[in-house]
Design a protein around this ligand. Structure first.
Ligand SMILES: Cc1ncc(COP(=O)(O)O)c(C=O)c1O
Length: 399
């Protein structure tokens, strides 16, 4: 007996390469192998105590019912004040909403903004999920290279990709997988292009508060408040508050976009977890110290990583400035031999690194850029040191 066929839509969807790699690394660890997991996509710290207490209190206080699809009005009011302060642009409660992580906010954006056949400009390398979500909405990803400019997105390259079918530009800064933080002048010029061609901007700033060495993240609406009416800002508590599993993201956008998302979300998942909503609202003001500590730890790790990678011959790394990733150009190694074993692709290289060095990294292929590998330093200081030593030894065996 065979089952009926699945929907054609499934041809557009494969499991994210990041989750696959993390799964393999965790399986090996469970089998007792000493694997360093540089595939991590979340902080290795525990979250804030005040947040845990607030969640326990919320549960004890019978916080167990549905809320409006984009969250409790009172929490949205508080969130709007938080967003207005962070962005320096006023947002009202009905211009913000909560979602099950930034991922759902981005999916909502694709579904409410993109018509079949619309083109959406996405910089390469991209976070694995962007093109899939755009395609699920019937849109066509148009990929724009950032590699020639050291992973910086330029207005010239965006301008060259705009056609009459372009509907939106999707920008992610600080960037996953490269750790790049986009230049403010370039963002301004891209904003001007959006106005001139009447485009939406989907601006994913999930890592906005994870910035290296006192640098500065630029929100496009902060730089140009006149972009507010055409910009969907996506953010999340996942990354900066070590809360990935609670699934709480948020979106700030013009009222009509938020209303459309509310309708859509009302038919898909309804509200994001109510306990997470309430707890985060109570602990929102405590997050600054936690994030400052996280940034100091990540700064120190990044320094170790940059120094170690600089010592590996033929590996090239653009300086990372945000999030907790570096992206290393490994092109030299493809087509060469590890010992006597030929390595034909980045995916093969990544599998070999795991098998031989017991280090999990993510192939750039899933990020649209097979010339690189992503290394996450959201792992303990000890793992950073051991993992770097193993990578040095691994790459030294190439000829
Ligand atoms: C650039 C980017 N956007 C969105 C997300 C989704 O984050 P979450 O859904 O956990 O808030 C991630 C997670 O890795 C990401 O890297």
């Amino acid at each position: 007996m065979t089952s009926p066929t699945l929907a054609l839509r499934n041809d557009l969807v494969v499991a994210p390469s990041t989750s696959r790699m993390r799964g393999i690394a965790n399986e090996l660890k469970e089998r007792g192998e000493s694997v360093i997991n540089f595939a991590a996509g979340e902080l290795d710290f525990d979250t804030l105590d005040s947040l845990k207490k607030a969640a326990i209190e919320a549960i004890r206080g019978k916080c167990n019912t549905y809320t409006p699809a984009l969250g409790e009005k009172k929490i949205r009011q508080q969130l709007a004040a938080h967003v207005s302060e962070q962005l320096g642009v006023a947002y009202a409660w009905n211009e913000v909403g909560m979602t099950a992580g930034a991922k759902q906010a981005l999916y909502n954006a694709a579904m409410v903004l993109i018509n079949p056949g619309d083109e959406v400009i996405i910089p390469i390398p991209y976070w694995v999920t962007f093109p899939t979500q755009i395609e699920l909405a019937g849109g066509k990803p148009v990929l724009v290279d950032t590699r020639p400019e050291g992973y910086q997105l330029t207005a010239e390259r965006v301008a060259a990709a705009i056609t009459p079918q372009t509907r939106a530009i999707l920008i992610n800064t600080p960037n996953n997988p490269t750790g790049a933080v986009y230049d403010s002048e370039a963002l301004r010029r891209i904003g001007e292009l959006a106005i001139r061609h009447d485009l939406w901007i989907i601006f994913d700033e999930c890592y906005s508060r994870l910035i290296r060495n006192g640098g500065e993240h630029h929100s496009i609406v902060t730089l140009m408040p006149e972009l507010k009416e055409r910009t969907v800002i996506v953010n999340s508590f996942s990354k900066s508050m070590a809360l990935t599993g609670w699934r709480l993201g948020y979106v700030s956008a013009p009222e009509q976009v938020i209303k459309a998302m509310e309708n859509l979300q009302g038919h898909t998942t309804s509200n994001p977890n109510v306990v997470a909503q309430v707890a985060v609202s109570r602990a929102l003001d405590d997050s600054a110290d936690f994030i400052a500590t996280a940034n100091a730890i990540l700064d120190a790790r990044l320094q170790v990583i940059h120094e170690a990678l600089a010592g590996i011959e033929h590996l090239r790394v653009a300086p990372a400035m945000g999030a907790f990733y570096v992206f290393a150009d490994i092109q030299w190694f493809i087509g060469r031999c590890y010992g006597d074993k030929p390595v034909r692709s980045t995916d093969e290289l990544v599998e070999l690194i795991l098998a031989e060095a017991k280090v999990a990294v993510v192939s750039g292929a899933g990020f649209g850029d097979p010339s690189g590998i992503r290394i996450s330093y959201a792992v303990s200081d000890a793992d950073v040191a051991t993992g770097m030593q193993r990578l040095r030894e691994f790459f030294a065996r190439f000829n």
